[in-house]
Write a protein that binds this ligand. Structure first.
Ligand SMILES: [Zn+2]
Length: 150
């Protein structure tokens, strides 16, 4: 199903996976401001997630709406020219994302995707993050890593 030549594919992925993009930085500083502690790009994990929150068993990806084809998002609209070409390219990106998410879930990680367009509304984004990563209560023991002690 992979329609790219190896060279083509890696050039596509180089662009998709470029680090230190604006949106990613923004999510990191937001998380930091919200008091979450995290690690960056764990290369040993499938898809090298942008942000890893070990305490929450969660990995995060910050995805561009176009490159990762955000469903129903106007930023994901295909260009009017070379539509077939783009469709194939972007469908492959999306399939790859789905496969990576599956692999991560099999390893026991929760996968959280932040879309670029969500960054427009900072409050809603904070709310989304808080729902996915509930702050631990001081009166209950931290649940993290309990599987490793069995
Ligand atoms: Zn979007």
């Amino acid at each position: 199903m992979d329609t790219f030549s190896p060279q083509k594919r890696s050039s596509v992925m180089a662009r998709v996976k470029s680090r230190d993009t604006g949106p990613e930085k923004l999510v990191r500083s937001l998380l930091h401001a919200m008091g979450y502690r995290f690690r960056l790009c764990r290369k040993d994990l499938p898809g090298t997630p942008d942000i890893v929150l070990p305490r929450y068993g969660t990995v995060m990806f910050v995805h561009g709406c176009f490159w990762h084809q955000h469903d129903g998002c106007k930023r994901a609209k295909l260009p009017a020219t070379n539509t077939d070409f783009w469709q194939k390219k972007l469908t492959a990106n999306k399939k790859r994302d789905a496969r990576i998410a599956e692999e991560l879930e099999e390893l026991g990680w929760k996968v959280l995707v932040i879309w670029e367009c969500e960054l427009k509304n900072r409050e809603a984004l904070c709310e989304h993050i808080r729902q996915c990563l509930p702050n631990e209560r001081k009166d209950s023991p931290a649940p993290h890593m309990s599987e490793n002690h069995r």
